[in-house]
Design a protein around this ligand. Sequence first.
Ligand code: ACO
Length: 372
Amino acid sequence: MDIEFEVKYGLDGVAVAISSISCVDGEKGKLVYRGFEIEDLIQNSNFEETAYLIWFGSLPNENELDFLISMLSKKRELPNQIIEMMKLFPKNSHPMEVLRSVVSMLGMYSKKENSTFENAINLTAKIPTIIAYWYRIRNDLPLIKPKESLKHSENFLYMMFGKIPEHFNLFDKALILHEEQGMNASTFASTVTASTLSDIYSIITTAIGTLKGPLHGGANEKVLKMFDEIGSIENVEFYINNLIEKKEKIMGFGHRIYKTYDPRAKILKNWIKEIFINNNIKYFEIALKVEEIVVNKFKDKKIYPNVDFYSGILYNYFGIPKEFFTPIFAMARIVGWTAHAMEYCKNNRIFRPKAIYNGPKNLKYKEVKGVE
Ligand code: ACO
């Protein structure tokens, strides 16, 4: 048997579900949530309304939107025991380690909601608080409690910094861009956990652990580390050519589905360009040069910037440290994770693929002498 022929490494091209949540067209560079193009949503919608759309399949009316906003704003606070434990965590813990651990711990301390949907709202409301509290705790700053009157993303920036920065609406729109993206690695991983009928905390802990990797959501932090290492526009060519020569992956480039410019990267780049006209946005000129070299070099392989290439420049503009970039990704993507888990479980079948065995056969047991 030809093993290579049988195995789809990375499940490349394998469909594991039928879904009406989003459509990712990798050839045309299009992203559509529930029939709405991403460009339309970022122009006209906001995080909460898009979350409703992704969860329920249609845009909410005024009452439905008010209800969701009110539920999200009432569920933000963490149990006291969790806050006290977070204060004992090692201060150098990465925010993704903290997020993964605290979501898991919440499973023991949070009241179980009546439905999976309410559980999804509860965790969506709490993730920004976990991130902001950890930012304050690790910097020895007093905690800023969530404010019910503020919207989801406004409240997050307020809990981080005590004020809402200029251009904050771009942060809200960046969350929309990250809310959903089909059967990506973290959504698949969490769907596998959901297919065993496990609980929401286990589902989201799985997703966070998967998003953390540098080939997935962890790339946004690595991109800024790369810009820091490059240091100046004069050093870009030498640095990138050196990576290419060593056959190392350049962070923030390439995608399994997009074989053209990732529409999310295009949108982020345009926003940054607009702000850049009046402000000197750190890293932007270096990024443009990196893009020019990489796209040129890998024309044949169709490698373009992905969402993680430009998002960090925007977050950095808001004063958010790099280690917090991937948690912000999780703060938005929980909408897609939970939507897929709920959709898949309507026609649930446990995931159980196979591995083709190519190890030894017909060995006979022999006692190992001289081992105590
Ligand atoms: N830099 C250099 N070469 C690359 C890159 C890159 N960033 N991405 C792909 N390639 C090359 C590969 O080396 C490979 O070349 P080969 O055919 O000569 O061996 C070819 O392009 C195909 O790449 P694969 O790794 O097979 O593509 P795959 O679909 O498996 O992986 C992935 C996609 C993981 C995103 C990859 O492009 C990558 O590692 N990128 C860098 C990390 C990154 O930015 N991740 C974020 C992705 S977006 C997201 O998850 C939110």
